[in-house]
Design a protein. Structure first.
Length: 468
């Protein structure tokens, strides 16, 4: 069906299309693991744990496990595709090869929602920690430049200047080369892991098991609804798959990077959540939803660590934005290369070997959203976009096993069809837990995407032109 909605790219043509494209292969398994940890460890530990503790109590740890399982099943599907089809574009590209162009467009459009809003939302959290750090050394920004218009009740604010500046700085780093981005990310990730381990080592001695009773004060409803919220904490590990064309040995290193980074993050999340609810009674976190880790250290009488944690939070959120914006630009690069987006978005800079135009365009959009739009209510859109992507990648694995059983796979997802089916069930279950307002916004976003596809992308698709 070359001219239909379900026209597909053959895997062989996908691989061939990447030859001589200009992207430099600079990343190894360690770099990919750091990329995954860089994308995941940030807002989840430094911000969301407070809200999660209030909603689930000490059973917050179980909520993290449920969210991690949903990610694990999807990660195994990602690993199979990433090793078999080592191409930029992540799940967008995999869907193009299995379910067809229409579904590939939908998932690509979803991923724009995931990455772009994630960068913007995290930039606002980063700004809060950075402003707190500046206040600690006696520097305060003018109130009008500290938040988006209308974001602070009773105060006149014009823009969140720190959020704008950090995204522009990250955009600059990404635009000048993957090697430079890799070095910066690796250093910051190692530092923030050290900070999280410092928190665990210091705080574990102040745990009071009595604070874990009752362990599940809000029942399974609280655990499940919190798991849907905390899914945001794992968003980003899939960005590792976007690095396929810049990986030295994608067949081996991509599965290692995806699974290892997810495992490290899951262990750290569970350990931190158990310690936090063991040191501080869960109702107390309602007083410090924006700084739950600092509250724990305050209750433990270890204020000297709080400053280090604040710096770690700043670094942690910086790497999240860096990796998410990186994933955004690589997916857009792949969609433009296929003709579904304007061709200038796939242009590679002659000197820096990066999709320079795409990087700056989406960097500036993310900076604008973080600086001028209150994003509290939009954060859940990141979750629903990611969950739909994870669902489709799991479906795609099942389809490819049936349609191309002969295909050489460097990594094979275990337990097919059970594992992909579990990924689909977990993701759909978590999607159902999200609010009706989130679903309405998501459907509006999809409707906008449909208009763009049928009026531009479908007729400009390279597969469509080849079929004429």
């Amino acid at each position: 069906m070359k001219n239909g909605l379900m026209r597909k790219k053959s895997i062989e043509s996908l691989v061939a299309s990447t030859e001589n494209q200009g992207l430099k292969r600079e990343l190894g398994a360690f770099d990919l693991t750091m990329l995954g940890v860089g994308a995941v460890i940030g807002t989840g530990i430094f911000v969301l744990t407070g809200t999660g503790a209030v909603q689930a109590g000490p059973a917050l740890a179980i909520s993290f496990v449920i969210a991690a399982l949903a990610c694990l099943f999807a990660a195994l599907a990602y690993a199979e595709f990433a090793s078999t089809v080592p191409i930029s574009g992540s799940v967008y590209t995999y869907t193009y090869a299995t379910l067809g162009e229409f579904f590939a467009w939908i998932i690509g459009w979803d991923l724009i929602l995931e990455y772009l809003l994630a960068v913007s939302a995290v930039s606002v959290g980063w700004s809060g920690y950075f402003q707190s750090f500046l206040s600690g050394i006696g520097l305060d920004l003018p109130k009008a430049l500290t938040a988006a218009p209308g974001a602070v009740k009773g105060a006149t604010t014009y823009m969140n200047l720190p959020a704008i500046l950090i995204v522009i700085a990250i955009t600059f780093v990404l635009s000048i080369g993957i090697k430079e981005s890799k070095r910066l990310n690796n250093m910051m990730v190692l530092f923030k892991i050290a900070v999280v381990l410092l928190f665990i080592i210091v705080a574990i001695f102040y745990v009071k098991p009595a604070n874990w009773v009752p362990f599940m004060p809000f029942g399974f409803k609280g655990v499940f609804s919190t798991a849907a919220l905390l899914f945001f904490a794992f968003v980003g590990f899939d960005a590792v798959a976007s690095a396929a064309e810049e990986t030295k040995n994608p067949a081996k290193d991509l599965p290692k990077g995806i699974i290892t980074s997810l495992a490290i993050c899951a262990v750290l999340y569970v350990a931190v959540s158990l310690i936090m609810t063991g040191v501080v009674p869960y109702p107390a976190f309602s007083q410090a939803l924006d700084r739950p880790v600092a509250l724990v250290l305050q209750m433990a009488g270890q204020n000297w660590v709080a400053g280090v944690i604040s710096v770690g939070a700043v670094f942690g959120m910086t790497t999240v934005m860096l990796v998410m914006l990186y994933g955004q630009t690589r997916i857009m690069y792949a969609m433009a290369r296929d003709g579904l987006m304007p061709p200038f978005l796939s242009k590679i800079h002659k000197k820096y070997k990066t999709p320079y135009g795409a990087t700056w365009i989406f960097g500036l959009i993310a900076a604008g959203l973080g600086g001028f739009v209150p994003l509290d209510e939009l954060a859940s859109l990141v979750n629903i976009g990611t969950l739909s992507a994870f669902t489709l990648i799991s479906v795609a694995v099942l389809v490819l096993r049936k349609t191309r059983p002969d295909l050489k796979r460097a990594f094979t997802c275990p337990g097919v069809p059970v594992v992909p089916a579990l990924a689909i069930l977990f993701c759909l279950f978590l999607m159902v837990q999200l609010s009706g307002a989130t679903w309405i916004r998501f459907l509006i976003w999809l409707a906008i995407g449909m208009v763009i596809y049928f009026f531009y992308s479908r007729k400009n698709s390279k597969l469509n032109k080849q079929g004429k």
